[in-house]
Design a protein around this ligand. Structure first.
Ligand code: SAH
Length: 466
């Protein structure tokens, strides 16, 4: 790290490239957004489309003090993992930063990323990092989509925003959405288009339909449709509902949400059920979940089960343990663990998520769980003061990792095991380092690919008190 700092400082005086240069580079890494990273004497240049291991000619587009941007001109040596997507199929790959890499290559890249990060940043030694668990079918895994609606040639279009713009790429096919979701969105769009519903125009803040959301219960086959409009009124409401029900036999819930604001936030505050139930249901393992338009629910149910089974195995429960689930969300992990623990205490900062967690506990008749709203770093020390001590603590924090105060509390509380579920290897590495300095040892780490075609990688780590 130190060397890299020195190099960048030096380079900031002599930046090795200038705008419009054509140069040959080798790609050594990928950014979060999946752009290739080349280094010239330590000076990083980001190039969309470049893959690690490739050499290529690039054109420099833009140079800043500590990094530059380039454009791929010609690949001289191809990665064995490169896959070519025909231009006419590119519209299916919205949100897929790794569409140009084979699935085998993606898994290897993610495995390396986890291993490198844990050894370099976390300085972990003797930890058993298992091979990443990928999907057998890495396409069509997402159970939720919320697509922007636009207009072209007098018809409604849906798709995804071209990166860094608000221009909609018109497509009904996404290789990551479940087929049921792709079909539902296409049908709903066509129904609204036939009936002359207008699309929301962002610039003028006029028009009606902003987004169509679809959610699907993989185990239950239940479908929810949410129509998000700028206007209070949804024109042709009865006809829309009638036609959706006729065309989509799996639909269990049709909801209208009003978002009158100029904002990038998709859902507005007002929600009304137009037809059917206010929630749909799904299962992860044998735990049932109610999903409303707003509920957080894991988008890849197949791999969620894989990840949470691992967390459960790492928790090593016998039925006698008190477990804390910090960052518990809607209680997915808590409810999973409760089946094998004496009692689970979940804490989460978003009140709606805790409401969902409580409902989900009732739905499953699980009574040995207690959910509290608050910051994990504040609530858990309070539990300790009240004399509630955990045998096992599970954490599943957002990308920024655990709060330092929480890690300190864990170290003081001395649970026998800590299970760390992480969506960011860098903060996982940092936090494992802190826990190791506080008397824990990381025994195993299991990477899981929850989001094929994207740069994301999840890990589950087991630490024991030494
Ligand atoms: N395990 C959960 C998802 C966890 S995602 C599930 O499976 O549903 C991370 C969660 O941490 C989010 O729900 C977020 O709202 C919550 N969060 C963020 N900061 C927090 C804090 N300081 N204390 C408690 N929860 C927090």
């Amino acid at each position: 790290m130190k060397n890299r700092g020195v190099k960048v400082d030096k380079m900031s005086q002599t930046i090795p490239v200038k705008k419009n240069d054509y140069i040959d580079v080798e790609f050594v890494d990928l950014t979060h957004e999946g752009q290739g990273v080349a280094k010239l004497d330590g000076f990083p240049i980001f190039v969309p489309g470049g893959l690690p291991g490739e050499s290529a000619q690039i054109k420099i587009l833009n140079v800043k003090k500590n990094y530059g941007y380039g454009k791929l001109i010609e690949i001289r040596e191809k990665s064995p993992y490169r896959v070519e997507i025909p231009k006419e199929d590119m519209h299916k790959y919205g949100g897929c930063q790794l569409h140009h890499m084979s699935y085998e290559g993606q898994l290897q890249f993610k495995q390396n990323l986890v291993e490198q990060t844990l050894t370099r940043i976390g300085k972990l030694q003797d930890v058993n990092i298992h091979p990443i668990i990928g999907m057998e079918q890495p396409f069509h895994y997402r159970n939720k989509a919320q697509v922007p609606v636009g207009e072209r040639n007098g018809r409604l279009i849906t798709g995804f925003y071209k990166p860094r713009t608000h221009e909609i790429i018109d497509t009904d096919e996404s290789v990551i959405h479940m087929e049921a979701i792709n079909d539902a969105i296409k049908i709903v769009k066509e129904i609204c288009s036939e009936l002359g519903v207008t699309a929301y125009n962002e610039e003028a803040h006029t028009g009606v339909l902003r987004h169509i959301m679809a959610r699907f219960g993989r185990k239950t086959d239940e479908l929810m449709i949410v129509l998000i409009t700028r206007t209070e009124k949804l024109p042709h409401r009865e006809e829309i509902v009638g036609k959706i029900v006729a065309a989509l036999p799996n639909v269990k819930s049709i909801v209208h949400n009003v978002n009158p604001k100029r904002t990038n936030v998709i859902l507005g505050e007002k929600t009304q059920v137009l037809w059917g139930q206010d929630v749909i249901y799904d299962y992860i393992g044998n735990v049932k979940f109610a999903i409303s338009p707003r509920s957080f629910y894991q988008v890849n149910p197949v791999q969620t089960k894989v990840l949470y089974d691992k967390a459960l195995a790492y928790a090593g429960l016998t039925g006698e343990e008190i477990v804390f689930d910090a960052y518990c969300g809607i209680g997915t992990i808590s409810l999973f663990l409760a089946q094998q623990a004496k009692k689970v205490y979940g804490v989460e900062v978003v009140p709606d998520a805790i409401n969902d967690a409580k409902k989900n506990a009732d739905l499953n008749g699980i009574t040995n769980v207690e959910f509290t709203v608050g910051e994990a770093e504040t609530v858990i020390p309070n539990w300790a003061e009240e004399g509630i001590h955990a045998d096992v603590i599970v954490v599943d924090p957002p990308r920024k990792g655990c709060d330092a105060a929480l890690l300190k509390t864990i170290i003081e509380m001395k649970p026998k095991r800590v299970v760390y579920v992480s969506c960011n290897p860098a903060t996982l590495a940092r936090d494992l380092g802190i826990l190791e300095a506080g008397g824990y040892q990381t025994l195993e780490v299991q990477p899981v690919d929850m989001f094929p075609m994207t740069m994301h990688v999840e890990c589950c780590a087991l630490l024991k008190k030494i």
